[in-house]
Design a protein around this ligand. Structure first.
Ligand code: DQA
Length: 148
């Protein structure tokens, strides 16, 4: 069975109450549930993890090797700072789709740089919770050899 890790980084545990004008009203458990239901349509299994700590996110990527077939990653602000997360993705050689609820390219200049983008198979941003489902679709296309 195809298995996917949905990994969320710092402050995303506060979705629903955190700056709803930027990130919307949907909570993280609701997004995780949406991912599970979406992937279940294809018989895929989803494991969800959120951490506010960079090292735990890196450990989760290491542990994903040999367990999961791909990763949906919203690294939060670590997106813009963490060479260590970028290196972890390169090291585990798993397909990673980068997701952001907001459009990071339409926000402050310091959000325009993504270290994750350099090693991810795709970046999806500005689509709110739907972006996670789009990310799963993108991962499926990748795993099934569709380059579209
Ligand atoms: C975010 C965008 C980041 O710039 C920000 O630091 C976040 C959330 C998003 O989902 O839009 O924490 O990754």
């Amino acid at each position: 069975m195809t298995s996917v890790l949905v990994l969320n980084g710092p402050n995303l545990n506060l979705l629903g109450t955190r700056q709803p004008e930027v990130y919307g009203a949907t909570t993280l458990p609701e997004i995780e549930n949406m991912c599970e239901l979406h992937a279940a349509l294809w018989g895929w299994h989803v494991t969800c993890l959120q951490s506010n700590h960079e090292g735990i996110l890196i450990d989760a990527l290491h542990d994903a090797r040999g367990v999961h077939d791909g990763v949906i990653l919203n690294a939060g602000a670590y997106t813009h700072t963490s060479i260590a997360l970028m290196d972890a993705i390169s090291s585990v050689e798993l397909p990673v789709v980068e997701v952001h609820l907001s459009d990071i390219h339409a926000r402050e200049p310091f959000r325009h740089l993504s270290y994750i983008e350099k090693v991810a198979i795709a970046q999806i941003c500005g689509r709110g919770p739907q972006g996670y489902l789009d990310g799963l679709d993108r991962l499926r296309a990748h795993l099934e050899g569709d380059t579209a």
